[in-house]
Write a protein that binds this ligand. Sequence first.
Ligand SMILES: Cc1ncc(C[n+]2csc(CCOP(=O)(O)OP(=O)(O)O)c2C)c(N)n1
Ligand SMILES: [Mg+2]
Length: 291
Amino acid sequence: MSAPPLAAARRRELQRLAIQMRRLVIESVHHAGAGHLGGPLSAAEMLTALYFEVMHIDPAKPRDPGRDRFILSKGHCSIGLYSILALRGYLPVEELKTFDAIDSRLQGHPDMNVLPGLDMSTGSLGQGLSPGIGMALAAKLRGHSYHTWVMIGDGDSQEGQIWEAAFIAQRYGLDNLTVLLDWNGLQQYGFATDAGYGSLARQPAQENPVAKWQAFGWATIEIDGHDLQQVLDACHQAKTTKGRPAIIIARTVKGKGISYMENDFNWHSKPVTDEDLRVAREELAAQEAAL
Ligand SMILES: Cc1ncc(C[n+]2csc(CCOP(=O)(O)OP(=O)(O)O)c2C)c(N)n1
Ligand SMILES: [Mg+2]
């Protein structure tokens, strides 16, 4: 089942927000002198859709018991989440300049104890889905109608804990839980496909996730994770799936939006030079002008 089609003006507005988010990510990492880039950039449309269109949330009431929950299991992409939270009004955009500084609320990995609006602290890969299951199960047991959304990475889901969680979520029929897999095909490093490594060659971050999640009893929805309408349709379909949890398997490009970062694992995490920033701003401005 599809979501109502976006009006053209609204689609442009959301696309502009995704571009703004990308700009904030790069500016913040440039300012901090360190940080992750590729993963936040591949998640831009999904985070924009969730925070501006899909989730039932109110930035003025970040602890409202009825709010939808969001967990960024790939917690190293925190600056993407902080940027979208800032655009949505949870924190001042100016505060992004404190990213990764000592005593900042915006640590390299999300800390729910210091920043209202975060539903879980994450950063050690593989651990975000388990608390999501707790939240979804609690909603069922207490008769709450909120929905729980968890974003995982393909490298993140190489961790065994994800699969223990996947198994238990279908066991409890958690149809109030949706996972978004940012399937960008890369984790921290690239692949040595042959180069003499033989059986020790690094494998792609996650192969054939559709069959794997189906085997674990989940409803699967495959999309282009950079197409906002597809993201919205998938969220709608996931939310209306009954009797089992759903996963949105979103094909994405790591580093999406900045030509020299796309599909290059070197930009997983890297300082941004003044020249890098200049080129990135220019490219994003051109994308914005073309909307
Ligand atoms: C348990 C654990 N092992 C290793 C790391 C270091 N690490 C940080 S990000 C990352 C790769 C994550 O890849 P993926 O989930 O695909 O993220 P994305 O491509 O979206 O950035 C690794 C290995 C970690 N944070 N936690
Ligand atoms: Mg990845």
